[in-house]
Ligand binder design. Sequence first.
Ligand code: CMP
Length: 146
Amino acid sequence: KLEKTLAIIKPDGLLGNYTERVKETILESGFSILKEKTIQLDEDSVATFYAEHSAKNFFSSLVRYMISGPVLVMVLEKENAISCWRTLMGPTDASKAKITHPYSIRAMCGTNYEKNCVHGSDSPRSAQREISFFFSADAVTPHDEL
Ligand code: CMP
């Protein structure tokens, strides 16, 4: 199924100059980058975007990290884009990914559980929510096509 997903290159990715490497990997893997923009998030927008984690002990640290520099947000499209992008990213904990998934983006460009370079939507519903969080309606898959 042709799907769209939201990808973010996080502040550590931009500061570490991994942007071109990550985008090359995305294109080589057959994704189309439909939309992209570089933005500086603020506390409120990060808190809203990551609302599902608001009760977690790492939440305040996650907010500080995500506002520590600009992020690059992208809408990716491909057959099974949501799971393909999550596979390409690798496990959340980049330090473990270096051992278990050494060729994943998080292994190559991330640092640890928090500073993991990239984000990807985890389901069709979150892809729809996350794409509409950053982009106008024409970038979003209509609800009845989910
Ligand atoms: P992401 O996949 O974008 O979703 C939530 C983010 O919170 C995650 O990537 C990490 O950046 C961060 N995160 C998740 N778990 C932890 C943790 N245990 N400690 C610190 N940060 C975490």
